[in-house]
Write a protein that binds this ligand. Structure first.
Ligand SMILES: [Zn+2]
Length: 248
């Protein structure tokens, strides 16, 4: 056997992820996904008083509808090169980033106790802490605590060979619907898992147009027998549980 076995005869998988807990996620993305009976993954920084707390009732409702509320750390630390803040990855240790991940995980499990499991998304897709001679990967920290870590890379993951602790997602900017559909179909044709990373939906930054989202969801819903669309944690867990057989 040389091909991976997706559930229910599907030929490939797609996950739709939305980062940073934006207003347009609760106002636009969640209701549109619900219209099509599809589920998304929402990665939210968990710092008190921030994106999660400001829309806590919406996130709880989304989780109860089957969407995933995922870990995006507490304070969303990224490279110091962005100039966002002094709390940049360059100045953090493995201990610091472990604290960021576990504090956020504790908050998610306390605030959404009915959600069985969730995944982690590296803020800015960056997987290292420290700088210069002390620049080291924190993928092992994520692997210790999570089945799936979502990074940034190309349009699809090989389910048998990919590092689940550091999967690729890709972040198209204002993509036309035809391109989104093309990527989903390509993942299906190759037997792979495509993880889309979106930010603003019908507004806000790195805007995805509503029309493009609807056309993509139309396509995914119409081809649900061939393309398995589900949350990052659900697809990743399926892969973890089924790929050993292929390697054996
Ligand atoms: Zn982010």
């Amino acid at each position: 056997m040389n091909s991976f076995q997706w559930p229910n005869g599907a030929r490939g998988a797609v996950s739709l992820s939305f980062d940073d807990g934006l207003k347009t996620h609760v106002e636009n993305a969640v209701p549109t996904l619900n219209d099509y009976g599809l589920r998304g993954t929402f990665y939210i920084p968990m710092a008190p008083g921030g994106a999660f707390d400001q829309r806590i009732h919406h996130w709880r409702a989304a989780a109860s509808q089957g969407h995933e509320i995922g870990n995006h750390s507490m304070t969303h630390p990224c490279s110091a090169n962005f100039g966002f803040s002094r709390r940049a990855l360059d100045y953090l240790t493995l201990e610091d980033i472990t604290g960021e991940i576990l504090d956020a995980r504790r908050r998610i499990t306390e605030e959404i106790p009915d959600q069985k499991a969730h995944s982690f998304a590296y803020p800015c897709g960056e997987t290292k802490v420290g700088s210069g001679k002390n620049h080291i990967s924190y993928v092992p920290v994520v692997a210790e605590h999570y089945v799936v870590g979502r990074g940034i890379g190309d349009f699809a993951n090989d389910p048998v060979l990919c590092d689940l602790a550091c999967t690729w997602s890709f972040m198209p900017t204002d993509p036309p619907a035809e391109r989104l559909i093309g990527w989903a179909d390509m993942a299906r044709n190759m037997g792979r898992w495509s993880i889309f990373c979106f930010h603003g939906v019908g507004g806000e930054h790195f805007h995805l147009r509503m029309e493009a989202l609807r056309m993509l969801l139309d396509h995914l819903a119409a081809h649900r027998d061939e393309i398995w669309t589900d949350t990052v944690i659900n697809v990743g867990t399926w892969i973890r549980d089924h790929r050993e057989r292929v390697c054996a």
